[in-house]
Design a protein around this ligand. Structure first.
Ligand SMILES: [Zn+2]
Ligand SMILES: [Zn+2]
Length: 333
C-alpha cells in the first residue's frame, strides 16, 4: 500500500512536470485591428453572374474590409476598380488557379499574386497540387488549397504531403463542396486536425466561393456572405493581411464575431461579441481532434494542462453559426 502511494506520488510529480514544461508559442503582439475579408469569390470574368464592380460593391457595402476576386485562371487587376478602393476597403489581387487530375478538380487560390498564374498539371495528384502551390509562390503569392472534398478530389493523405502551403479551406459556402464529409469520407475539420496532428502548420480558411449575386438567395445557390476570415493586422495593407493570414493571426467564421483572442504562455482566452440574446458554446480542441475543454462562459478560457501539440477553438452560437480560432502550437520547454 505504502509503495503504491509513493509510486502514485512520483507519477503525479512527473505528470505535473510534463504539464509545466509545455507552453504556447505566444504570437507577437501586433496591435492594429481586426479586418474582415473574403478570399474566394467569382465574377463574370469567369463563371460568376455579376461584374467585378458589382461583386466588389456587394462586399464593400456589407462591412467587409478586404476582398480577393478569385476568378478561374483570370487575374483581375485591382487598379481597374480603383474608384472602389479607399482607406476603408482593400482589393487584393488574386486568382483561383484551376487545374485537374484525372478529371477531378484541383483548385488552388493565389492571394496577392504579382501576375497571372497558369494552371499546372502533373502525372500524380500530389504533383498536381504541389505544382499549382509552387506556381502561386513563384508569382509572389500565398496559396490556399480550396474545397478538397469538391468532387472528393483531394484526400488527406495527399494534403499531408504538400509543402509550402499554409492555408486550407475548412469551410466553403458553395452548396456542393461537401465540407462535412460522410459515407466514409472525413469532413474538412477532421482533415485539418489530421494535418495538424501530423505536425503540419496549416490554418483554416472559411470563404464564400460565391457565384450568384443576382436573383434568389437560397441554400442551393452559391451566394455571398456565408464564410469569411477576420485578420489581426497592424493596418489594412495587402502584404500585412497576407503575412498575418499565413501566420495564423485570424479567425474564420460563418457568423460568430469575436472581440479578441488573447494568448499567454499557458492560457487562451476568447472574447465573443455578444449578439442579442444568443448563447455560445466553445470547444478547445487538441491533437487528434480531441475536445480538451468545453465551456459556455464568455470569455471562454482554456488553461494548458496535459499534453497537446496544438490547441484550437471552435465557438458555436445557438443559431448554429461558428467561429474557428486558429491553432496555437505548443512548445516543450
Ligand atoms: Zn473551385
Ligand atoms: Zn471558386
Amino acid at each position: 500500500m505504502r509503495s503504491y502511494s509513493v509510486r502514485a506520488c512520483i507519477f503525479l510529480v512527473v505528470l505535473s512536470q510534463v504539464a509545466r514544461s509545455q507552453e504556447f508559442e505566444v504570437p507577437r503582439a501586433d496591435g492594429g485591428g481586426w479586418f474582415k475579408g473574403n478570399t474566394h469569390t467569382h465574377t463574370t470574368m469567369s463563371d460568376g453572374d455579376s461584374s467585378p464592380e458589382e461583386v466588389t460593391r456587394w462586399y464593400k457595402s456589407h462591412g467587409y474590409r478586404f476582398l480577393v476576386l478569385s476568378d478561374h485562371n483570370i487575374l483581375t487587376d485591382p487598379r481597374t476598380l480603383s474608384t472602389l478602393v479607399d482607406s476603408s476597403f482593400l482589393l487584393i489581387p488574386g486568382e483561383e488557379v484551376t487545374s485537374s487530375f484525372q478529371k477531378k478538380p484541383v483548385h488552388v487560390n493565389g492571394l496577392n499574386i504579382s501576375r497571372a498564374v497558369s494552371p499546372q498539371t502533373d502525372s500524380t495528384l500530389l504533383g498536381t497540387v504541389q505544382r499549382n502551390v509552387d506556381a502561386v509562390r513563384d508569382a509572389g503569392g500565398a496559396p490556399h488549397i480550396n474545397h478538397p472534398n469538391f468532387g472528393w478530389a483531394i484526400d488527406q493523405a495527399t494534403l499531408a504531403q504538400v509543402k509550402n502551403n499554409k492555408l486550407l479551406e475548412i469551410f466553403n459556402g458553395h452548396p456542393s463542396v461537401h465540407n462535412y464529409g460522410g459515407s466514409g469520407k472525413p469532413g474538412l475539420e477532421e482533415v485539418w486536425d489530421h494535418l495538424l496532428t501530423s505536425g503540419m502548420r496549416i490554418y483554416g480558411i472559411a470563404a464564400d466561393d460565391a457565384h450568384h449575386f443576382k436573383e434568389e438567395f437560397a441554400p442551393n445557390r452559391s451566394n455571398p456572405g456565408r464564410g469569411w476570415v477576420v485578420v489581426k493586422a497592424s493596418q489594412l495593407d495587402a502584404e500585412e493581411i497576407i503575412r498575418n493570414l499565413e501566420a495564423g493571426h485570424f479567425y474564420a467564421s460563418t457568423g460568430v464575431e469575436l472581440e479578441d483572442v488573447r494568448i499567454e504562455s499557458r492560457r487562451m482566452e476568447i472574447r465573443i461579441k455578444q449578439k442579442s440574446n444568443f448563447g455560445y458554446r466553445t470547444e478547445f480542441i487538441g491533437s487528434g481532434g480531441k475536445v480538451l475543454h468545453r465551456t459556455e462562459y464568455n470569455p471562454a478560457v482554456f488553461e494548458l494542462g496535459g499534453e497537446a501539440k496544438y490547441v484550437r477553438a471552435k465557438v458555436r452560437d445557438s443559431g448554429g453559426f461558428v467561429a474557428w480560432v486558429q491553432p496555437v502550437f505548443v512548445k516543450v520547454k
